[in-house]
Design a binder for this molecule. Structure first.
Ligand code: G3H
Ligand code: 13P
Ligand code: ZN
Length: 349
């Protein structure tokens, strides 16, 4: 199957009432782990690359590795997505390369650190939407600001400082015409999200539910959705790592989100933990080894296990064969003739 538009993938997820994991990649092994899990669980999938990933792997390597994944797995719908685009130019470069979806994260200024004004966010996101939709490419926007810093990207803080205002979410969706909307409900990027077990009052699920009530047909996106499982932390620390005690987003909260309009769930940290733990174990137990395959194979397997588990928990498992890819050219026509709506349905308060 050719790469699919993320809009098609999320529209299908909405019909089926499930969520789709969006997993970050930087290299071949991570792409193979995701595809192994997608094949194993028969899942459609979103593969996403941050600006840091595109720089680390180099655009062409990453792009062609993902094309190889599509070629080798014709039965799996794959959307290729730019994660946290910081400017029109970043999104344009991904679209020019062949990505089928981009995130314009206008919640932060171009430096990727300073919160932007509502007006700045609307202006840059709308510009990306106009450019992308003409080419059949999906756009995710963000309203509200997540916490934490990843690879220099992020506003820092706990994630509770810029929780999304439901009225602003409605206005933002109306003004920009985004296909998917990332909201801030108290999560943050990275391993250090919460310093105690979230007890149901830590994440602002009430805000998410309020946004979904006002925008019942809008695909919501949860960033910072790693669960940071204790067993993965333990493996790292057992084999010489030094992670401080930490908690992530409980899977049940994500599942509650999925029942309330969340269609895309971003996971990176859990996979990083799984791979690092597996590598540490091999090097600790057999320090004489030096062939990268001796530790990259277990690392890839450990990541595949986590991804497959998330695919099952998010409900995307078993849905790979539900539909055929609509070409990006046809999707572009759909935006133009209005069959793919960019006007959100807004419910009264
Ligand atoms: O947005 C955060 C993702 O985990 C990507 O992180 O910018 O370190 O590649 P990165
Ligand atoms: P985590 O750090 O929780 O995995 O979040 C990843 C993310 O939101 C990527 O955009
Ligand atoms: Zn994110």
């Amino acid at each position: 199957m050719p790469l699919v538009s993320m809009r098609q993938l999320l529209d299908e997820a909405a019909k089926g009432g499930y969520g789709v994991g969006a997993f970050n990649v930087n290299d071949m092994e991570q792409i193979q782990a995701i595809m192994g899990a997608a094949k194993e669980t028969k899942s459609p999938v979103i593969i996403q690359a941050s600006r840091g990933a595109r720089q680390f792997a180099q655009d062409k390597y990453l792009f062609h590795l993902i094309l190889a994944a599509a070629e080798l797995n014709p039965e799996i719908p794959i959307a290729m997505h730019q994660d946290h685009g910081n400017s029109f130019e970043t999104c344009k470069s991904a679209i020019d390369l062949g990505y089928t979806s981009v995130m314009m994260d206008g919640s932060l200024k171009e430096d990727g650190k300073t919160p932007a004004s509502f007006e700045e966010n609307v202006a840059v996101t709308k510009r990306v939407v106009d450019f992308a939709h003409e080419r059949g490419v999906t756009v995710e926007g963000e309203i509200g600001v997540l916490g934490g810093v990843e690879d220099g990207h992020g506003a820092g803080g706990t994630g509770l400082e810029h929780v999304t205002d439901p009225d602003q979410a409605v206005e933002f969706a109306e003004l920009t015409g985004v296909d998917a909307l990332a909201i801030a409900i108290g999560t943050s990027h990275g391993a250090y999200k919460f310093s105690k077990k979230p007890d149901g009052s830590v994440l602002k699920m009430d805000v998410l539910i309020a946004i979904h009530k006002r925008l019942p047909n809008t695909h919501l996106v949860m960033h910072g959705s790693s669960s940071v499982p204790k067993d993965l932390q333990d493996v790292i620390n057992k084999y010489g790592g030094k992670l401080k005690e930490t908690w992530g987003v409980p899977v049940e909260e994500i599942q509650l989100g999925i029942r309330n309009g969340v269609r895309k769930i971003n996971v990176d940290t859990d996979n990083r933990l799984a791979m690092t733990g597996a590598i540490r174990k091999v090097l600790w137990e057999t320090p004489e080894k030096f062939d990268p395959r001796d530790y990259m194979k277990p690392a890839r397997e450990a990541m595949q296990k986590v991804v497959a588990q998330r695919m099952t928990q998010f409900g995307q498992a078993g849905h790979a064969g539900d539909y055929q890819a609509v070409s990006i050219t046809e999707i572009a026509k759909g935006y133009k003739n209005g069959s793919l709506s960019t006007r959100p349905l807004v419910a009264a308060k």
